[in-house]
Design a protein around this ligand. Structure first.
Ligand SMILES: [Zn+2]
Length: 130
């Protein structure tokens, strides 16, 4: 599954819409329904409206009816690992456990792994009400 996620993240990265930063990112996650959902960053001329790859993947997961992240892979456009930004750490944590793996990969095939809990210790949570 991890290899499948890496491939999906790298493929999504190719479709990134990043005409301003030129920093193309891909993300792919395994959801609790067993499916892979992926996304890329989507920038906007109004810069703050741009969306990260992780957010795109999470939005797709939710739209398809899955509700939890089992693991997530983030593909950097350079050999420097691209860790989730602060906002995405919160977005990932909403649908993951502290122990959920977060894997960063590079174009040359390097990778490093951490967890949601390590990226966002003492993160803000609420118990969802239905
Ligand atoms: Zn982000």
């Amino acid at each position: 599954m991890l290899e499948k996620l890496k491939s999906a993240a790298l493929n999504a990265q190719k479709n990134a819409y990043a005409p301003y930063s030129k920093f193309r990112v891909g993300a792919a996650l395994e959801a609790n329904d067993g499916n892979v959902y992926f996304g890329c960053n989507v920038e906007n001329a109004a810069y703050p409206l741009g969306q990260c790859a992780e957010a795109t993947a999470i939005g797709t997961m939710i739209a398809q009816g899955a509700s939890a992240i089992k693991q997530i892979v983030i593909a950097s456009p350079t050999e420097t690992f691209c860790y989730p930004c602060g906002g995405c750490r919160q977005k990932i944590a909403e649908f993951a456990e502290a122990s959920t793996p977060v894997v960063m990969i590079t174009p040359e095939g390097n990778s490093t792994e951490t967890t949601v809990g390590e990226l966002l210790p003492e993160g803000f949570t609420l118990t969802p009400q239905d």
